[in-house]
Design a protein around this ligand. Structure first.
Ligand code: ADP
Length: 257
C-alpha cells in the first residue's frame, strides 16, 4: 500500500487554477524530488497533502486513510519554506523548539520525560547543533535556524519527511551535511522523503524519483524513466531533459543506465 496516494487532484485559488490532474503514489522509503518552476504549485500541493488547505477536486490517502480522517500527523515531519524567527516574536531556546516536536504525539498531560531528553540530544548531535542548545532561536543565523527546524521535524521519528526548499538559507558546506543527513535517514531508517525544489539542476543528485508539475503533472517516476522518455524529450528538449535526469557521466558522455 502506498504511504501517500494522490488521485486526480485539482486546486484553485478563487477562479485561478493552480493545477489539475495530479495523481501519483509514493511508496514507503521513496525519496522523491518535487520540482517545477516558481509558482507551479509545489507548495500548494504539499499543503494539500498536509491537510492545511482543501483542494476542490480529487482524493488524498495517507497510509491508506483518506486525509480528512487521518489522525497520526506526528508521523509526518514538515519543514516549511525558509522560516526565520526573530527573538522578539519567539523567545524560546533551541532545545525548547526541538522539544515541541515531541509534544504533538503525546496525550495530556504533555510532559518531557528523561528519555525524551535523550532523544532531543541525539537529534541535536546528528544535526551538529548540540553546542547551541541553550541559545535563543532568534539569535541564530538563518542556516542554524533551518537545522533547528529540521531537528524539530525529526525528533518524533517521522515516517515521512516533507521539506520545502530546505537549503535556501544554508551555506554550501552545511548544505552538503544536510543532504547527507537526509540520505542516511532515507537509507538507514527508511524515512520517506519529499524534497521540494525549483532547482532542477541538483535534485537528481539526491532523489530517486521525480514529480514535476507545471499546472498539471508533467512527470512522475524514476529519474531513469525520465531520462529515457521520448515524451519528456519533446517537453523539455534533449539538453534540459538530461540536465535534470543526472544519469550521465559528464566526461565520457555515457549514460549510467
Ligand atoms: P510554488 O511552490 O511552485 O512556487 P505555489 O504553490 O506557492 O507555487 O503557488 C502556485 C500559484 O498559486 C502561484 O501563482 C501563487 O501566486 C498562487 N498562490 C499561492 N498561494 C496563494 C494564496 N494564498 N492566494 C492566492 N494565490 C496564491
Amino acid at each position: 500500500m502506498p504511504i501517500i496516494s494522490v488521485k486526480n487532484l485539482e486546486f484553485r485559488y478563487g477562479s485561478r487554477e493552480v493545477f489539475s490532474g495530479v495523481s501519483f503514489d509514493i511508496e514507503r522509503g521513496d525519496y522523491v524530488g518535487v520540482a517545477g518552476q516558481n509558482g507551479s504549485g509545489k507548495t500548494t500541493l504539499i499543503k494539500s497533502i498536509l491537510g492545511l488547505i482543501k483542494p476542490q477536486k480529487g482524493e488524498i490517502f495517507i497510509d491508506g486513510v483518506p486525509s480528512g480522517k487521518f489522525k497520526d500527523w506526528y508521523k509526518i515531519g514538515y519543514l516549511p519554506q525558509s522560516l526565520t524567527l526573530s527573538k522578539s516574536i519567539f523567545p524560546a531556546t533551541v532545545k525548547e523548539v526541538v522539544s515541541l516536536g515531541l509534544l504533538s504525539r503525546k496525550s495530556f498531560p504533555k510532559r518531557i520525560t528523561s528519555s525524551d531528553d535523550e532523544k532531543i540530544l541525539e537529534v541535536l548531535k546528528i544535526l551538529k547543533i548540540e553546542s547551541i542548545k541553550d541559545k535563543l532561536i532568534g539569535e541564530l543565523s538563518g542556516g542554524q535556524q533551518q537545522r533547528v527546524f529540521l531537528a524539530h521535524a525529526l525528533v518524533s521519528d517521522p515516517e515521512i519527511l516533507i521539506l520545502d526548499e530546505p537549503t535556501t538559507a544554508l551555506d554550501p558546506e552545511i548544505r552538503e551535511n544536510f543532504f547527507e543527513t537526509l540520505r542516511r535517514l532515507n537509507r538507514d531508517k527508511k524515512v520517506t522523503i519529499l524534497l521540494i525544489s525549483h532547482d532542477v539542476s541538483h535534485i537528481g543528485n539526491y532523489a530517486e524519483k521525480l514529480l514535476y508539475i507545471d499546472k498539471k503533472e508533467v512527470f512522475f517516476g524514476s529519474f531513469k524513466n525520465f531520462c529515457q522518455s521520448k515524451e519528456m524529450e519533446n517537453y523539455f528538449g534533449e539538453h534540459l531533459q538530461h540536465f535534470i535526469c543526472h544519469q550521465h557521466d559528464e566526461e565520457s558522455g555515457h549514460k549510467h543506465l
